[in-house]
Design a protein around this ligand. Structure first.
Ligand code: BV8
Ligand code: ZN
Length: 244
């Protein structure tokens, strides 16, 4: 019997050891409003009126105006110490960190991270006629033509309530193998992101909450409470030092 010829020996690709999920709280100290806190976005406008596919079908101009205003506001904001600390963590850990954000602003990217935007981005548009995605830096309206097919059918590439979040396969894959899951500045109200801590804990990870105040989710066994610009840099330095 001929001996099998051994194939090339390939190094296993390291998966994320740490999964970080961020929410609106990380951008609060950059001047971008959160959603559910006092004075938050959803206390001024009903989410059903601007953040659902039904709202866009009923009144596209209103929805475009809402996102045009948010895009301009995000462009006027600067990344803060918490965004910069996570970028530092990304440079130190490479593929061993997966940074997932629910935020549609671009402050992580401007700090030097490449986050997975599970709820999309204000800085991309998607064509409802051909499905092409485009960078979007300026206002969108009903007349804006798709650069790919020419149809006036662009919408912000954000995930509205009732739509499927982006990148879920990669996220659940990482949650199944990470050692630490950290949620930063999120109220843990919106699913499926609200279930990530439990998912990671069920797979053997330690779940850490970094927030202004505790959300009460029993999956979190470690809490760092206070403003993100103070808590996140400390947590990042401690976490990196513990690995050194
Ligand atoms: C889906 C994007 C199917 C655009 C957003 C009933 C029960 C359970 C679930 C549902 C239900 N009915 C409907 C659902 C599903 C629904 C949902 O969860 N609804 C909730 C309201 C009940 N979810 C969906 O529809 C999602 N899709 O489920 O698809 C599916 C099925 C199976 C598996 C997978 C999928 C789609 C949801 C996407 C919604 N899109 N927006 C836009 O931004 O306009 S959501 C919106 O909330 C935000 O965009 C943000 O992304 C998200 C989360 O908010 P947070 O970031 O947490 O912000 P919040 O204000 O709430 O909290 C801020 C926190 O920061 C606070 O804790 C505060 O204390 C803290 N903080 C403040 N300042 C600081 C700070 N922390 C630190 N430092 C500070 N300085
Ligand atoms: Zn198109």
């Amino acid at each position: 019997m001929p001996k099998p010829i051994p194939g090339p020996i390939s190094e296993p690709v390291p998966g994320p050891e740490i999964v970080v999920l961020t929410g609106a709280g990380i951008s609060a100290e950059s001047g971008l409003g959160t959603f559910r806190d006092l004075g938050g976005v959803w206390t001024k406008v009903r989410l059903e009126a601007v953040a659902t596919p039904q709202a866009f079908a009923a009144d596209p101009a209103r929805v475009q105006a809402f996102y045009n205003a948010r895009r301009r506001q995000a462009q006027g904001a600067q990344p803060n110490a918490a965004h910069h600390a996570l970028a530092r963590m990304g440079r130190a850990l490479g593929p061993r960190l997966l940074l997932v954000t629910q935020n549609v602003d671009d402050l992580h990217a401007r700090a030097g991270s490449q986050p997975l935007h599970m709820h999309g981005s204000l800085f991309r548009a998607v064509c409802t006629a051909c499905g092409a995605r485009h960078d979007q830096r300026v206002d969108l309206d009903a007349a804006t033509a798709c650069p790919a097919c020419g149809a006036a059918a662009l919408r912000p590439d954000v995930v509205w309530f009732g739509e499927m979040p982006q990148g879920l396969d990669a996220i659940y894959g990482a949650l199944a193998q990470c050692r630490v899951f950290a949620a930063i500045g999120t109220s843990g109200v919106v699913y499926p992101a609200a279930g990530f801590a439990q998912e990671a804990v069920a797979a053997g990870a330690r779940a850490v909450e970094i927030n202004l105040e505790a959300t009460g989710n029993p999956a979190f066994r470690e809490h760092h409470l206070g403003p993100a610009t103070e808590t996140v840099p400390l947590w990042v330095e401690r976490t990196l030092a513990a690995r050194a």
